[in-house]
Each structure stands twice: as C-alpha cells, then as structure tokens.
Design a protein around this ligand. Structure first.
Ligand code: IVH
Length: 720
C-alpha cells in the first residue's frame, strides 16, 4: 500500500500514471490536458528516474514506447484461436445474399437480425495480449495460426494502452490528496480480465504516409506503394525504435481468448457491448462504428462511407458487416478461413494494372517538366484512366518505370492518377528506359534543375505551354471561376495569338471567340458573360489566380486575411509575409519576388484597367475608394447604357476607374481595356492619352466625366 512506497517509488509510480493518462487524453480523446513541453519534461524526469532504478521500470511504463534494442530475428508464436479472414461482397446483391443465408440458418425474420457495421481499414491485423491488464505480448496475423512476435513494436504505438485503464484510477490521480494505491491491488480491485486478447488493425494516416515517403525520397530510400505497406513495413522492424518514429495507430475490431471479461460476455453478450468494454479500458475503437443496425441501414452506411472515404484521414476499402449478438454468432459458426457471421462489402477498387504505352513530358504553369505515362486505357473506380503522373525523373528512376512496362496505377479521389509500382515479373526485355529531355519539349529553351528539388524547369517565361497552363489556372474554379472557358479553348486562344497573358482575357470579343473551333455565337456570348461576372473577385481568389510558386488557396487566404487589400499584399516584404503563421520562407520569397517584378506589376495594372475589381475581405474595394460601389445602382436599369461597350481613360475626379467600371457594369454595360470600332463610348478623365487619339481616329464618341455622370444619372438613387 501507499505507506510502504519510498519517495522515489512514489514519484515513479505517479509519473507513470500521469503520463499514461496524458497519453490517453492526447491520442484517444484528442483532448490534451497539458502542453507538449510539459509532457516532454515529465517524460524526461521519468526516464531519468527509471534509469537510476531499473527494477522500477515496469513493462507498462510509458517510457517503453520509445522502442527497445533491436532484435536479431522475429520469434513466431501461435494464436490461441485462429485469426480468421473475411469473405467479400462486391455488390448489394451479394450483401443481401449474405443476410438471407443468415436469416435462413437462424430461421429468423430478416429485421430481427442486427448488425454492427464499421469501416474496413486498409491496414495490418494484429493481436495484442493483456494479462491482468498489462500488455505482455503482441503478434502479427501471419498465416492465421501462427504469427510473428512484435511486442516491442506494438508498445511504441501511442494509442495502444500499455496497461488497461480502470476508470476509477483516473479520479485517484486527479485527486492530489488521495494516497496513491499500488498498481497490483488497484488492478485486482477493479476486475481487469486475467487474459484479454484483443485483435485490431494497425494503420498509418494518409498524410503521415505522404510525409514518410517524401522523406524517404529525399534520402533516396525505396518508397512504400501505399499506407498499408508502410504500416506493415513499420511494424515488421527488428529495431522497434524505427517503429516508434512512425506515427502508427490502431483500432480494435475483435478478440481472441478472454478470461474474466465481464460476466458472460461470450455467452450472452454482443460485439457492440464488447466494444463498449474495450472503450472503457482505453482501447481505441473506431468512432465510425455503427451499432445494431438492420440490412436497410447497411445500405445507407455503405453510401455514406463511400462518399466520405476521401476525406477520412486513413484509407478504407469497404465496410465490415458483423452479426452483433454472440449467441447468433455461435450458432452460425465459422468456415475454414472466415466466419459465417461477418462479411466485407468492398468499395470499387481504385487501383488497376495496365501497360505504359509511352512516356511524354508535360510543361506546367511554372515551367516544371512533369513526365507523364500514357497508359493503355483502364477503368478505375468507374473512370477511364489513360494518363498518370510519374512526378519527376528521380521518381521514375526509383520506381524504374520504362516504356512498355506493366504497372499498378492508383486513382485516389480527385487526385491525378499515379503509377505506384512496376510489375517486374511481367517484363519481356523489350521495355525502353526513359530519360528527361535537356530542353523544353514545347519551346526548345534550356531546362534547369531547381536546387533542392527533383524538378526540371523550362526557364522561358513566355513558353506557350506555361502560358496555357497559367491561363487555365487563372480561369479555374478556385480562381476567377470563368464558366465555359475550357482547356481546349485556352489552348486555341494561345495558339492563335489571341491572348498573350491572362489580362488579355478581358479584351476578348464575341467575333473572335465565335471563330474558334466548336464555338458558336451563343457559346461565345456565354463565355463573355462569364468573364464579365468573374471581374468581381475576392482578394484571396485574385492572389491564388496569379499562379505564384508555392502559393495555393490556403496561402492566398492567409495573405488576404492579413493584408486586407491588394496594395498592401503587393507592398509587403518577404519578412512580413513570413511572419504570418502558416506561410513559410519559400512562399514568402516567391510572393515577394513575384510582386517585385515590373512585368508582373504591369500585368496586374492591366487587369485592373480592364475592369477586374478586387474585393477585400471586408467587402471594400481595393484602391482606397471614397465611395461605395453599390451606391444604389439598380442592376441593368440605366436605359442608354445597357449593352453598350465603354472604355475608360485618364483620371476621373469623383471616382476611381475601377469604381466607374463597376457602376457601368452594374448598369448593364461592358467595360473593355482598349478602344476599337466596337467601342460605343470613351469616358475621358484628366490627361487621357493614346486612347483619346484612337477614339478620335475611329470616330468613337468621347464623353467627359460630367456627361458620364449624367448618363448614369437616372440609375442612381442617391444622386452623385
Ligand atoms: S474483423 C473474423 N474488422 O480485414 C473477423 N477486420 O479481410 C476478422 N480488417 O484480417 C476481422 N478492417 O485485418 C475486421 N473493421 C474490421 C477490419 C478488418 C480491416 C482486416 C483484418 C482482416 C482482413 C480480412
């Protein structure tokens, strides 16, 4: 009892319990009670004490999570009862057949059979054995009869308890005045099972998998094909310190033998009840488990999970449907390799095997050369895939992809399909290795390798491939969102020299557009309308649309939040950029460099001149407006203005040009950047230049500010 503990024993015991509890709060409840630094400090103290008093360093101490000295080989061990697999269903028909089979065997009404459903995790099965509440042994599934002993490795998985939790114990540590009990008497007093073999799935989150692979790429180490392989590889390390460095997690989905696990759980209990008990012990149970549902609800669950599949942090490849009541399970029994009471209803595979017909090189918006595999078309998850990215030359070398190879291709959600593996056994000897070109395949300019990156870049900023991609990015959904301006049309516009920058989009005219392939007057009109609509753009979208290196949507959002208007973003130093939480030096440098470049400044000026209106986060227009642009102009009501084409030049007295264009557009007019024979009016402020000349020579009516105001007059409710 407590009064027999020495001060050191007391401190060690308290730290062990405290750290165990913090670990539980952090990894299972996702609700840490103390800072990481505080945790580290306590851990360091415990390590120090246990090193001095090794006999007090118990196998369930949280210090055991850092890994143990490496093993020479894995010892194998038998499972006390076989670890079974699952039968698969690939359709609703197969799912219902399973259900009817059970109803028939049980001579029950379909609705009386309740199932517990859960995600089928794409991970590695393990068995973890607790004796009197202490984790003593862990095994891989192996062949189902015997597995490999991986106890040290499993101990490093943060969410796996090293000691089963007794709820009352938590309140004891929280109560500072309460005398600490010694662990053994606590365990006995709270009926922890004498033996509990839990079975579950060890997984690696998608993000952590990407991180792991990119750090391996950096070191030139072979890459893992998917998170499951990475989890398996991490778990089968002879050096458990390596396992400790990989952020694995585990969800329980079954059990082997158990002694003393609540009264009669095996005889009268249910799987859902068992999961509740697991949870009370601090064993991780997947929060997406849905308990005791009928067949109809299984259909809904399947659909929901298939929908949310991509947004889950880990990979799943279907759902597992299990009869909930153990009494029914006992009657149904098992076949040789799988139980009759469970089935995996799989999603459509997102992986396929196909042939690489050729490898080409694509030039991206920032000039990056990307090798692309042209595939023998193959249907993956309902979509025909004929191209897959090979990322860069280093990646091709690592995976050794050659023309003519048979490969595994995956399509994960909306992500571009990628080649993850070459099936070397399918090689015939006629496959041809590939190497990257020394010049840009589009414009022929030199290519450079970027320091610290595997990418090659075309250094010619006016390379037409780059221009096309920049414009596609500019009109894309998250940027200016110009409806109907598809990739093929952008290609044509660039190839015919109709646009040389994205500012030129706003000078496009109906006739020119309508003359493009597969275009008519109507579609040209629609595109012009879409462009018109897109002129009003938030600061975030505007920044994103510029296509600056390392500047995605979230960086653009952060800058918009911080600087509020375009002027401030353009004037910010790299240091100011970097001071934003979430913006790193690469992005800060790229953005600052972009705005410091006079060519880019000119590009932005011409966008604004051509009527692009950047709305700051508070809804105030960008350039220090003194008037509210929404000052009562009723949409499209100004009679003589609607449908007319205006050009603005010079400085106006009462508005900025941006604001004037805004008012004109609200009144149903079109505002363009240059005077042509199609221009209906040129609005001339102070010191207008070349546009005046042009208007005169073409006979375009020129109006001054007062005439302009008079024209708009009827459409203002609070007279200007
Ligand atoms: S239950 C007899 N539940 O799938 C019950 N297994 O194809 C067998 N798996 O070896 C296990 N998620 O590694 C179960 N929620 C889940 C699962 C799951 C993934 C794995 C498990 C099993 C394999 C069978």
């Amino acid at each position: 009892m407590s009064n027999t503990l020495s001060p050191v024993e007391n401190e060690i015991s308290r730290l062990q319990l405290e750290l165990t509890r913090h670990n539980y709060h952090y990894h299972l409840l996702d609700d840490p009670l103390i800072s990481d630094a505080e945790y580290d400090r306590k851990m360091a103290r415990l390590i120090e004490l246990e090193e001095l008093h090794t006999h007090l360093s118990t196998p369930d101490s949280p210090t055991k999570r850092v890994g143990a000295p490496p093993l020479d080989i894995f010892v194998t061990g038998a499972h006390s009862i076989p670890m079974l697999g699952l039968d698969n269903a690939f359709s609703w028909e197969e799912m219902t057949e399973f259900h009817h089979r059970i109803a028939k065997i049980m001579e029950m009404d379909g609705d009386e059979i309740l199932y517990t459903v859960e995600p089928k995790l794409d991970g590695v099965a393990v068995e973890i054995i607790y004796e009197h509440g202490i984790l003593t042994r862990a095994l891989t599934r192996g062949d189902g009869i015997t597995g490999e002993v991986i106890t040290e490795n499993v101990r490093t998985i943060p969410s796996v308890p090293l000691r089963l939790q007794v709820r009352e114990k938590v309140s004891l540590i929280e109560d500072k005045d309460s005398p600490l009990q010694d662990k053994d008497s606590l365990i006995q007093a709270h009926h922890l099972p004498a033996l509990l073999e839990i079975r579950g799935e060890v997984i690696l989150n998608k993000k952590d998998f990407e991180k792991l692979n990119s750090s391996r790429a950096h070191r030139g180490a072979p890459l893992f094909a998917n998170p499951r392989n990475a989890a398996a590889g991490s778990l089968r390390q002879l050096d458990s310190r390596i396992t400790a460095s990989r952020p694995l997690s585990m969800f329980a989905h079954g059990m082997g033998l158990a002694e003393g696990l609540g009264e009669g759980v095996m005889e009268t209990g249910s799987y859902s009840g068992m999961l509740d008990i697991f949870e009370s012990y601090g064993i991780p149970v997947n929060p997406l488990v849905k308990k005791r549902v009928t067949l109809d609800q299984i259909m809904d669950y399947y659909r929901e999970l298939e929908q949310s599949r991509n947004s889950l942090p880990y990979e799943i490849d279907g759902i597992v449907v299990k009869v909930d009541d153990f009494s029914l399970r006992n009657i149904l029994g098992t076949k040789s390799r799988s139980p009759r009471w469970a089935i995996a209803w799989k999603f459509q595979a997102l992986e396929a095997v196909t042939r690489v017909n050729d490898i080409t090189v694509q030039v991206g918006r920032t000039g990056t050369l990307t090798p692309v595999a042209l595939l023998e078309p193959v249907v993956i998850g309902g979509v025909t895939v004929s191209r897959a990215t090979l990322h860069n030359m280093d990646e091709i070398r690592r995976r050794d992809v050659r023309r003519g190879d048979t490969v595994v291709v995956i399509r994960a959600g909306d992500v571009i399909p990628k080649v993850v593996k070459v099936i070397e056994s399918a090689r015939t000897g006629s496959e041809k290795p590939f190497s990257m070109p020394g010049t840009c395949p589009v414009c022929g300019s030199d290519v450079h390798r970027i320091e610290d990156e595997s990418a090659l870049k075309c250094i010619n900023a006016s390379c037409s491939a780059q221009l096309k991609e920049r414009i596609k990015h500019f009109v894309s959904k998250a940027a200016f969102d110009v409806d109907g301006l598809g990739k093929k049309l952008v290609d044509q516009l660039v190839e015919r020299g109709m646009i040389g920058s994205f500012a030129d989009l706003f000078t496009l005219e109906r006739e020119g557009l309508a003359s493009m392939e597969r275009m008519g007057k109507k579609s040209a009109e629609n595109i012009l309308n879409a462009l018109e609509k897109s002129r009003e753009v938030s600061l975030k979208r505007f920044i994103y649309a510029l296509g600056i290196d390392h500047t995605g949507e979230s960086a653009a959002q952060l800058m918009s939040d911080k600087f509020k208007n375009l002027h401030a973003v353009m004037g910010a130093s790299a240091e100011e950029m970097e001071s934003i939480d979430g913006i790193g030096p690469k992005t800060a440098g790229a953005v600052h460099g972009f705005f410091a470049n006079p060519e880019n400044q000119a590009l932005i000026s011409s966008l604004l001149e051509r009527g692009v209106n950047v709305i700051s986060p508070e809804g105030i227009m960008d350039d220090n407006l003194t008037r509210d642009p929404d000052m009562g102009v009723e949409d499209g009501q100004a009679g003589g203005i609607q449908g007319k084409t205006f050009v603005l030049t010079g400085t106006l007295g009462s508005f900025t040009r941006t604001q004037a264009s805004e008012m004109l557009r609200k009144a149903g007019a079109r505002v363009t950047g240059s005077v042509t024979s199609k221009t209906d009016y040129l609005v001339a402020g102070e010191s207008g230049g070349g546009k005046l000349e042009k208007a005169r020579s073409l006979g375009v009516p020129i109006i001054d500010e007062n005439q302009f105001i008079a024209m708009l007059g009827g459409s203002f409710s609070n007279g200007v």
